[in-house]
Design a protein around this ligand. Structure first.
Ligand code: PEP
Ligand code: MN
Length: 287
C-alpha cells in the first residue's frame, strides 16, 4: 500500500503519525475520545455474575464516569486463575451496560472471537499481552469497531505505535492508545506508569491516548493522583478498575477502587481546567 502523503518520508508509522494533522476523534458509543473532554472508563477487572456487573454499571453511572469496562476473556498469568466467563460474560455486560445507558469496552482474546463479540460490544480492547498479536491487529483493522490498544509492558513506544499502524493499515483508524505500565525493576509497584511515554505518544501520534493507572500501579491509593496527572497533562482519559465489593472480586480485587472513590475521582477531574493544547494539534507552544 502507498504511504499517506502527509507523513514525513522517514516516519515508521505514517498512518497514525500526527504529521501536522488534527487529532483523530474516536467515538465509543456516544462518548467521544480525543475531542477535548477527559473521559473516564471504569468497571471491574472481570465480569463475575449478572448481579455484579449490573451493580458495577450502576456505580459507574452514579460516579459520573463515561464508559463501562470489564473482562470476559481474562489473560491470566497462571492457567489456574479465574479465566473469565467468556461470551456469556460479554452478554451479561451488554445487558448491564444497556440498562445503565453506558457504552462498553471489553478485551477480545483472539481474531477467532471477533465475529461473535462484534454485535455485543461498542469497542474491542487489545490486552497488553496481545499487543504483538499481529494477526489479531490486522483482523481488528478489518472491523469498524473502535479498538483500545494497550501497550505491552515490554514494548518500546515505537513498537506500540507500530502495533496501532497495523490496525490502521488494515483499514481501521478508530484506535485509542492505552498506556498501562511497563516493566522496570523493584516489586513495590505492579508495573511502572510511563506517563512521559503517554504524553510522547500524544504529541507524536494523532490518536487519543488514555492511561490505566490501576494495572500500572496495583495500588488503589495511587490511582486518584495519577488520574489527575493524566488529565492535567492533556491526555484524553483514564481506564480504572472499580468493584462494588473488592474483597469478593475474583480478579485484581487488591487494586480495585470502591464506588465512592471513583465518584471522588470524577469530581476532582471535573475541576481540572483543560490544558492550553486541546484536541487540535496538542500544541502547547513549547515546541
Ligand atoms: C485489563 O485491562 O483487564 C487487563 C488485563 O489489562 P492488561 O492487558 O493491561 O494487563
Ligand atoms: Mn485487571
Amino acid at each position: 500500500m502507498n504511504r499517506p502523503p502527509q507523513a514525513e518520508p522517514d516516519c515508521k508509522y505514517p498512518r497514525v503519525a500526527r504529521a501536522g494533522r488534527p487529532g483523530t476523534v474516536v467515538q465509543i458509543g456516544e462518548v467521544a475520545l480525543g475531542a477535548g473532554a477527559f473521559c473516564v472508563i471504569a468497571g471491574p477487572c472481570a465480569i463475575e455474575s449478572p448481579d455484579q456487573i449490573r451493580r458495577s454499571a450502576n456505580d459507574v453511572v452514579a460516579a459520573g464516569a463515561d464508559v463501562l469496562r470489564g473482562g470476559a476473556f481474562k489473560p491470566r498469568t497462571s492457567p489456574y486463575s479465574f479465566q473469565g466467563l467468556g461470551l456469556e460474560g460479554v452478554e451479561m455486560m451488554r445487558q448491564a451496560a444497556d440498562q445503565a445507558g453506558l457504552p462498553l469496552v471489553t478485551e477480545v482474546p483472539s481474531a477467532a472471537r471477533i465475529a461473535e463479540m462484534a454485535p455485543l460490544v461498542d469497542a474491542f480492547q487489545v490486552g497488553a499481552r496481545n499487543m504483538h498479536n499481529f494477526e489479531l491487529l490486522c483482523a481488528l483493522g478489518q472491523t469498524d469497531h473502535p479498538v483500545l490498544l494497550k501497550r505491552s509492558f515490554g514494548a518500546t513506544l515505537t513498537e506500540w505505535l507500530l502495533a496501532a499502524e497495523y490496525i490502521a493499515e488494515s483499514g481501521n483508524d478508530r484506535i485509542v492508545l492505552c498506556e498501562r505500565g511497563i516493566r522496570a525493576w523493584g516489586d513495590e509497584l505492579r508495573f511502572t506508569l510511563d506517563l512521559a511515554g503517554a504524553v510522547w505518544a500524544k504529541r507524536r501520534c494523532r490518536l487519543p491516548v488514555v492511561v490505566d493507572p490501576s494495572h500500572a500501579t496495583g495500588c488503589p491509593e495511587l490511582v486518584p493522583p495519577l488520574c489527575r496527572a493524566s488529565c492535567a497533562a492533556g491526555l484524553d482519559g483514564v481506564m480504572v478498575e472499580m468493584h462494588p465489593d473488592p474483597s469478593q472480586a475474583r480478579c485484581d480485587g487488591d487494586q480495585a477502587l470502591v464506588p465512592p472513590q471513583l465518584e471522588l475521582i470524577c469530581e476532582q477531574l471535573r475541576q481540572i481546567p483543560p490544558p492550553p493544547d486541546t484536541a487540535g494539534g496538542y500544541d502547547d507552544g513549547t515546541t
